[in-house]
Ligand binder design. Structure first.
Ligand SMILES: Cc1cc2nc3c(=O)[nH]c(=O)nc-3n(C[C@H](O)[C@H](O)[C@H](O)COP(=O)(O)O)c2cc1C
Length: 304
């Protein structure tokens, strides 16, 4: 990978601005290693909670022409069992961001301390999952709740604390300001957009949970709008997520204000080669446009 793609985000050095998004190939150390080998600049783990969880029964995923709707229900091994996965994943040599879900500031703090012990470069607080009762978006749409979670976690760990926000609210900017005032180090936007699919044959919702979260190209316009609004509202580094499949998509997010991007659904839709393809495209763009450092294009779409 060419070093000119290097970016820094909340103090982390990334060899390139593409990271694996939470929930896609982030559940085991081996799968995280594969994504590092495929060229990602950083890895976000599947959201991990205090206890092991089974998640919802099938169907948990619907494939659409332009994305997915998922309602996995945050399945996972729990934080104790994740120690081993982190040991393996660290061999990939890229920063690992531990994604966490919890219902209370105390539980988030306990999880963050463990992730720091395991060697995570940062934690990403999942304040945005649209389909797990009592978690995610249910706390992440309340600026006061967000403020107390972020400030407690900040007070307890030394690594950067990122907040992943939901687009499913009219209070996005208020929530982001709460993250900033609590001392958060960066914002990740967006998580999935609350959605539904109906089976005409069965005359009922396809997903066991009825509703789920829409991702992929279908949500890119929503993600771009959120990043653009956040760039004008807060003075924190932003990571753009939602429908990034190509260098052009990454450039759009950077021009809207993202210093780096995460790639989730495209890993399923296009395969692991997507990281290399995005990076090659970014290098070509930089050569053609005479851009020496990707930081030069962050936020350039903001016209007076
Ligand atoms: C199958 C699946 C599972 C996901 N699980 C998580 C998760 O555990 N935690 C989280 O913060 N986001 C999760 N997400 C959301 C993604 O990290 C990302 O925010 C969203 O899918 C938009 O990006 P994309 O269009 O590149 O997929 C999941 C997405 C998918 C498709």
């Amino acid at each position: 990978m060419m070093s000119k793609l290097e970016v820094s985000f909340a103090g982390m050095r990334l060899r390139n601005p593409t990271l694996l998004a939470s929930g896609v190939m982030g559940e085991t150390g081996d799968s995280l290693l594969k994504v590092a080998s495929a060229g990602a600049g950083g890895l976000v783990t599947k959201s991990i909670g205090l206890e092991a969880r089974k998640g919802y029964p099938n169907p948990t995923l619907v494939e659409l022409a332009d994305g997915y709707i998922n309602a996995m229900g945050l399945p996972g091994p729990g934080i104790d069992a994740f120690a081993e996965e982190m040991e393996t994943a660290k061999r990939g040599g890229v920063p690992i961001i531990g994604s966490l879900f919890a219902a209370t500031p105390g539980d988030f703090t306990a999880l963050a301390g463990r992730m720091e012990e395991y060697g995570a470069a940062a934690v990403e607080l999942n304040l945005s999952c649209p389909h797990a009762k009592g978690y995610g978006m249910e706390v992440g749409v309340d600026p006061d709740a967000v403020k107390s979670i972020v400030s407690e976690v900040k007070g307890s760990v030394g690594i950067p604390v990122l907040a992943k926000l939901t687009p499913n609210t009219h209070r996005l900017v208020e929530v982001a300001r709460a993250v900033e005032s609590a001392g958060g180090d960066g914002i990740v936007a967006i998580n999935t957009v609350k959605a539904m699919a109906i089976s005409v044959e069965a005359k009922r919702p396809v997903l066991y949970n009825r509703t789920g979260g829409l991702s992929g190209p279908a949500v890119k316009g929503v993600g771009l709008r959120c990043v653009y609004e956040l760039y004008e509202a807060v003075d924190l580094p932003l990571m753009g997520v939602g429908g990034v499949e190509s260098a052009r998509d990454a450039l759009e997010y950077m021009m809207a204000g993202a210093a780096a991007v995460q790639v989730g659904s495209a890993v399923g839709r296009k395969g692991l080669g997507v990281f290399g393809a995005i990076c090659d495209g970014l290098s070509e763009y930089m050569a053609e446009a005479g851009v020496k450092d990707l930081g030069e294009i962050v936020g350039v779409a903001h016209v007076q």
